[in-house]
Write a new protein. Structure first.
Length: 377
C-alpha cells in the first residue's frame, strides 16, 4: 500500500460527517446526480434512529489519498437476511470512490474482512443498507437523472467492482412508460374492460389510501408486502418498526391519487404505490432544505411531472388473477389527470417475467439497469 493512501475506520462524529459529505463534493461535475437530503442520509446511517440496526450492524470506512478523501464504503451484517435465507451473506453499501483501483480494492477488502470476521462467506452489494432501501449499481442508462430512491454512479464503478473480483448476482430493471404511449385509446379501452371484469369476478373493492388513518394504513401495506414479496429474490421481511420508519420518510411525497388498496370484504389483498418523483424537487438544493431550500423545494414540487411506480403486489393466493392490470389502469388515469409526462416502473427483477411482460404490453421499455454483485470470500 502506498504511503499516500490510507483507509480509516469511521469511529467519531467528525469522521462520520466526512463520510456523509464526500458525495456532495465528489459529484459536483455530474449533471445527472441528484443530491439526497442530508437529514435523510444521516437518519439512514443513524444506528439509534434507524430500526434496521436493531437486528443488523454496520461499519464505515473512508479512504484518503494524499490527505484528501478519495472514497468510502460500509460493511453490513443483516441478521434478518441470513435467518430468512439460512445463508452467510454479508453486504457492502454506500460505496463511492475516485477512479483508482488501488483505493477501491482496499475499501472492498475492509468490507470483506469485516463480514468474514462475522462468519460470512459472500460479500454482496451495493445495498444502502438493505434491499428494502436504495440498492444496485447503475450499469446502463447514465444519460438521465435517477428517480427518487434509485442510485446514480459513474460508469467506471463497473470496472472498479469487477476488478475487485465481484460477479453479477442479479440485475434490477427500470422501465419507462411515456404518456404518449398510453394515449392509445384502443389499449386503454381494453385495459378498462379487463379491469372491470376482474373487479366483478373477484368481488374487489379498490380504494385510495386514507392519510388520516396513516398508522393503520401502513400496517395494512406491511401485511400485503410481507406476503406478496416473500418468494422474490433478495426479499427480507420488514419489522413493524422498520416499515413505520420507511413510511414516515415517504409520507411527505405521498399523493393519495397514486396509492391504492385492493380489498375483499374489507381485507386488503393487494396494494399499489406510485409516488411523484421528489428528486425533481430536491435537485439543486445541495441536500439542504433549510433555511433557504424549502422555498425552492415547494416551487419545484409544483413542476413534478413524472412518477415512480415502486410497489405493485397482491397476496400469494391472488397471484395470476390480473389484479395488477387494475392498478396500472388507475395509475395511468390519475397520471393523465395530474398531467404527468410518464413514469418509471422500478425496480423489476430481471427474471420477474410476469411483471416484465405486463410492463412491455403497456408500452414500457427498459431504460436503466442496476446490478447487484457477489464475491465469494
Amino acid at each position: 500500500m502506498s504511503n499516500k493512501t490510507e483507509i480509516i475506520e469511521v469511529d467519531t462524529e467528525h469522521l462520520k460527517k466526512s463520510f456523509i459529505e464526500f458525495p456532495y463534493e465528489f459529484y459536483k461535475d455530474y449533471d445527472n446526480w441528484v443530491e439526497p437530503l442530508r437529514f435523510d442520509v444521516k437518519n439512514n446511517l443513524d444506528t439509534k434512529k434507524n430500526p434496521f440496526y436493531k437486528h443488523s450492524k454496520i461499519k464505515l470506512w473512508i479512504a484518503k489519498k494524499e490527505g484528501k478523501i478519495a472514497g468510502r464504503i460500509a460493511g453490513i451484517i443483516n441478521d434478518s437476511h441470513n435467518k430468512y435465507y439460512n445463508d452467510k451473506t454479508g453486504f457492502f453499501g454506500f460505496f463511492e470512490c475516485i477512479n483508482d483501483k488501488e483505493i477501491s480494492r482496499l475499501l472492498f477488502e475492509k468490507a470483506g474482512d469485516f463480514v468474514r470476521s462475522n462468519g460470512m462467506d459472500i460479500l454482496r452489494g451495493p445495498v444502502n443498507p438493505s434491499t428494502n432501501d436504495e440498492c444496485g449499481l447503475l450499469v446502463d442508462g447514465f444519460d438521465s437523472p435517477p428517480v427518487m430512491l434509485m442510485p446514480y454512479n459513474p460508469e467506471y464503478y463497473i470496472d472498479l467492482i469487477t476488478d475487485a473480483g465481484f460477479v453479477k448476482a442479479k440485475d434490477l430493471l427500470a422501465f419507462w412508460i411515456d404518456r404518449d404511449v398510453i394515449k392509445d385509446e384502443q389499449m386503454m379501452s381494453r385495459l378498462d374492460r379487463i379491469s372491470e371484469m376482474i373487479i366483478k369476478k373477484e368481488n374487489l373493492t379498490i380504494r385510495n389510501v386514507n392519510l388520516k388513518d396513516f398508522k393503520n394504513e401502513v400496517q395494512r401495506v406491511r401485511d400485503v408486502y410481507n406476503n406478496a414479496w416473500q418468494d422474490n429474490w433478495g426479499f427480507v421481511p420488514m419489522t413493524e418498526e422498520e416499515f413505520n420508519f420507511i413510511a414516515a420518510n415517504l409520507k411527505l411525497a405521498v399523493d393519495p391519487a397514486f396509492v391504492e388498496f385492493a380489498e375483499i370484504n374489507g381485507q386488503p389483498i393487494g396494494f399499489s404505490l406510485a409516488l411523484p418523483d421528489v428528486n425533481q424537487a430536491i435537485k439543486g438544493l445541495n441536500g439542504k432544505l433549510f433555511p433557504f431550500g424549502i422555498l425552492k423545494f415547494l416551487s419545484n414540487k409544483k413542476k413534478i411531472n413524472r412518477l415512480r411506480v415502486i410497489i405493485m403486489g397482491v397476496k400469494k393466493e391472488y397471484h395470476k388473477k390480473g389484479i395488477d392490470a387494475i392498478f396500472y389502469r388507475n395509475i395511468i388515469k390519475a397520471g393523465n389527470t395530474k398531467k404527468m409526462r410518464g413514469a418509471e416502473i422500478s425496480w423489476v427483477l430481471e427474471d420477474n417475467f410476469a411483471m416484465k411482460q405486463t410492463s412491455e404490453k403497456l408500452g414500457a421499455n427498459v431504460y436503466k439497469t442496476y446490478r447487484i454483485y457477489d464475491k465469494k470470500l
